[in-house]
Unconditional design. Structure first.
Lengths: 330, 313
């Protein structure tokens, strides 16, 4: 297990470095000059040159990449003397548009993204898996057909459209919810829930559909297995058969996609946050793209990729802990 | 009888021809699928006939109609439901007064074209690389497998945005096709790889190898034809995903650029107006939903029809 763990950690680190390099390469190729962006419209050539030197843009691409990686591991200082800008560990770059280290911007936005992701995930996991299990148990019934039609509809919904419809119905027409704002759970739990409920429903409608479909097909497969027949033949109650023998193996693939989906969402729900105007990591990315704030785009990309990669790692390790065969093969 | 034909019939005594008929009959026997097929056909027709439709209704997707909007109300369309009138059947845009029907119809063209071509790119790449990985095994498999893992663990939406904004001068449509194809192929490649691994160990491949077939022949004539089914299924599923992603990117402002209309872009420009002119986001939104739904239903149906395990309901 230790060997497996170490190997997986090494692979994860390698993937992160490659993602970092790929992202960096894309931004290096970008025609927009980050120094120009930081300098503003009225910019003298001398000032531009100073900024280039401060940002280390006069160095070779590999040198710049090295600077960047070094910054992540131990922080870095832009420029020197009185104008020096400190970017403490872990330095994911410095936004000269907002005069903030990217890491600070990210961590400041993270609570909103976590609120959205965790709430939505709880909702879709419960709804999706329940609907899938019931559908599988009553295959071909009216419930099954209705649930699967709804699931297919949910899967096909564009989230920005769902978000707009919800906001139009619940806020503008029925007036049952306020416009979402960034409320902290610790300060105003009711306001927080009111702000979050629309993003939760928006995301859950999409994902619950996926989960219901996967759960149903996995359940149908495991219900047909011999060990389920054996469990029934032993005279176990139907509830025990379903919960302990059929559902458990069916949940394995659900755990996999759940880890990846949650990881991706923690790195920012770009569209949902933008539509509802909630200042999470995704909104930060959208705003950075709009204002061409390259260090921020680069930082968000890496940040979000780390969540996906780490979620993958968590899922794999969970698998390995549960199933010794994975350790041998993986 | 070739080894390939033998492989397709070893589950029963059907020949390839009647198998295709069965698949088609299975597809059409379900009401939902037939409806979805009709919806997709209609959409393709509308997209193809876009110039004809706008000629009939007299609206151009880019012409401004200042007289159809009310400057006193901040540019809201005059009349009900987003300015529906004899000239503008689905109303007009706020401020500019461009004809919504014309933009929706041309938008269908853009969305479909991008989705179909992006799917073609990802299918081609996914099939070729998945086939090589699964058939050759060894270092080729490791290399391609790792590449697929890597691409699938990228936060693709942010990355697509980064890639697209890195090339401001390029044709956005072409760029979208390439980017969607680039991030889409591992999903096809993974399935093809798995299938190719199984097929490569098949007796018909061993037989052909004994008969002296080259590696190329084995790949292209023995293994590849047996992959048609799964590839068709994932390709059908990839079209709605591409449509949705393209619309999402256009919604975020990095997709199709104005004045070329796209559904996602129309919804994005409708956001500031959603409370005062809901028809403006409802029309492209509902169309997008119905289109993606129809393709998804079709994808499911193709999978069920091709899967020998699933019984016709």
């Amino acid at each position: 297990m230790i060997r497996y763990l170490l190997r997986r950690l090494a692979v994860t680190a390698a993937i992160l470095v490659v993602i970092c390099a790929a992202t960096f390469a894309i931004f290096y190729l970008m025609p927009a000059d980050p120094a120009q962006g930081a300098c503003g419209k009225a910019c003298s050539p001398e000032r531009l040159a100073t900024i280039r030197a401060t940002l280390g843009l006069d160095r070779s691409p590999f040198g710049q990449f090295g600077d960047y990686l070094g910054g992540i591991l131990s922080g870095r200082t832009y420029g020197s003397g009185a104008t020096a800008v400190q970017c403490p560990f872990p330095c994911l770059g410095f936004s000269f548009q907002t005069n903030q280290p990217v890491w600070e911007m990210l961590t400041g936005r993270l609570p909103v993204s976590i609120s959205i992701a965790v709430g939505a995930a709880a909702l879709w996991l419960f709804v999706g898996v329940t609907a899938g299990v019931v559908s599988a148990l009553r295959r071909g019934s009216l419930w099954d057909r209705a649930a699967m039609t709804a699931a297919l509809g949910g899967v096909s919904l564009p989230i920005y459209f769902t978000a707009l419809v919800l906001q139009y119905l619940l806020v503008v027409q029925l007036n049952v919810l306020p416009y979402p704002t960034a409320v902290r759970l610790t300060e105003d739990p009711v306001g927080w829930a009111q702000s979050m409920v629309m993003p939760w429903i928006t995301l859950a409608m999409l994902y619950a559909g996926v989960y219901a479909r996967v759960t149903r097909s996995e359940m149908l497969e495991s219900l047909g297995r011999n060990y389920v027949r054996t469990a029934r033949a032993k005279g176990l109650s139907e509830v025990t058969v379903v919960r302990r023998h059929a559902l458990r193996p069916a949940l394995m693939p659900i755990v996999t996609i759940f880890g990846m989906d949650l990881g991706a969402l923690l790195g920012g729900a770009l569209i949902t946050e933008s539509v509802f105007g909630l200042p999470g990591v995704g909104k930060l990315a959208a705003d950075a793209i709009a204002s061409a704030d390259q260090p921020v785009i680069l930082g968000v990309t890496l940040f979000a990729a780390s969540f996906v990669v780490l979620a993958n790692l968590a899922v794999d390790l969970g698998y390995a802990a549960l199933d010794p065969r994975v350790r041998a093969v993986g | 009888m070739s080894a390939r034909a033998a492989a397709t019939t070893d589950t029963g005594s059907r020949t390839a021809g009647t198998a295709q008929v069965t698949v088609l009959r299975r597809l059409l026997s379900q009401r939902g699928t037939a409806l979805a097929l009709a919806a997709v056909a209609l959409l393709v027709l509308v997209a193809l006939a876009a110039p004809l439709i706008t000629w009939l209704t007299g609206g151009s997707p880019t012409a401004f109609h200042g007289e159809a909007v009310d400057p006193a109300l901040g540019g809201l369309p005059r009349g009900t439901a987003g300015g529906v009138s004899a000239e503008h059947w689905l109303g007009v845009e706020p401020v500019n007064g461009r004809d919504v029907l014309a933009r929706v119809v041309y938008g269908a063209r853009v969305s479909l074209l991008i989705a179909v071509l992006a799917t073609a790119v990802s299918t081609l790449l996914g099939t070729a690389l998945g086939l090589l990985a699964g058939f050759l095994g060894g270092w080729a498999d490791t290399l391609i497998g790792r590449l697929m893992d890597l691409l699938m663990s990228f936060p693709s939406l942010i990355f697509m945005i980064a890639l697209i904004s890195a090339a401001p001068g390029a044709d956005r449509r072409l760029l979208l096709i390439m980017v969607l194809g680039l991030f889409g192929w591992p999903y096809i490649g993974r399935i093809v790889r798995g299938q190719a691994m199984v097929l490569a160990r098949g007796e018909f491949v061993a037989a052909a190898r004994v008969l002296g077939a080259s590696r190329r022949t084995l790949l292209l004539r023995e293994v590849l034809p047996n992959l048609t089914g799964p590839v068709l299924v994932v390709a059908t599923m990839s079209i709605p995903a591409c449509i949705a992603t393209e619309a999402g990117l256009s919604f975020l402002g990095v997709g199709v650029q104005p004045p070329t209309p796209s559904w996602g872009q129309m919804i994005a420009s409708a956001v500031p107006w959603y409370a005062s002119d809901p028809a403006y986001f409802l029309i492209p939104g509902v169309l997008l939903f119905v289109t993606v739904l129809a393709f998804n239903v079709l994808g499911d149906a193709v999978r069920d029809a091709l899967d020998p395990r699933s019984k016709p309901r």
